[in-house]
Design a protein. Structure first.
Length: 202
């Protein structure tokens, strides 16, 4: 997915005095700027690349949304283990926002920030296909026209589809339907659970 998708997490440095951290990855401009800005104001920030993307090992076509959700869950658990009791804010842009909300809904993290998260993994893939077709049309106005249905049929047949240099597999396509944007149920008044806040930016 050649769009923004790298998650990042922030911890208040007053709780845990560690330097700014960044673990691998080809910088996503928006996430990189946000991470650096948070670090400059006193937060510790952890960023990483999902399996098969950036500087992480593996091939993109071998992984799915479920794999990347597991990556985010493991990263959140690892960060919590480094600084027990320190509030962790899970942040995500586009795909990162979708997966961050899923992990947060499962009870991980203390706060959540999502930015331009798609309604589902499938919705994100549809949008990426739409933009790919528009780019093809602008770059090759006299070339052969492909339709979205043709591209989907290719993926469904098991033939990987090259989208902006990334091979989309049938597994990725089918798994995308399992991931929808969801948030925790609000705690009832007087509930004993600690408050867990989230903010959604479009």
């Amino acid at each position: 997915m050649a769009t923004s998708g790298y998650p990042f997490m922030a911890m208040d440095r007053s709780y845990y005095p560690r330097a700014y951290q960044r673990l691998g990855g080809v910088p996503d401009p928006l996430a990189a700027v946000a991470s650096l800005a948070l670090a400059a104001t006193g937060f510790d920030v952890l960023r990483f690349d999902y399996r098969g993307t950036g500087e992480s090992p593996g091939r993109f076509q071998d992984h799915t949304f479920s794999d990347w959700a597991d990556d985010l869950r493991l990263a959140t658990e690892a960060l919590a283990g480094l600084a027990e009791g320190v509030p962790i804010t899970i942040c995500g842009i586009r795909l990162g926002g979708l997966l961050a909300a899923s992990v947060f809904e499962q009870g991980l993290g203390n706060r959540l920030l999502t930015w331009a998260a798609p309604a589902s993994g499938r919705a994100m893939l549809f949008d990426t296909l739409r933009r790919t077709l528009m780019s093809d049309l602008l770059a090759h106005p006299d070339g052969p026209r492909r339709t979205r249905d043709q591209l989907i049929a290719q993926i469904e047949s098991g033939d990987p589809l090259n989208v902006d240099g990334y091979l989309w597999s049938q597994r990725l396509w089918r798994d995308s339907e399992l991931h929808t944007l969801k948030f925790p149920t609000l705690a009832a008044p007087g509930a004993q659970e600690p408050a867990r806040d989230w903010l959604v930016l479009d």
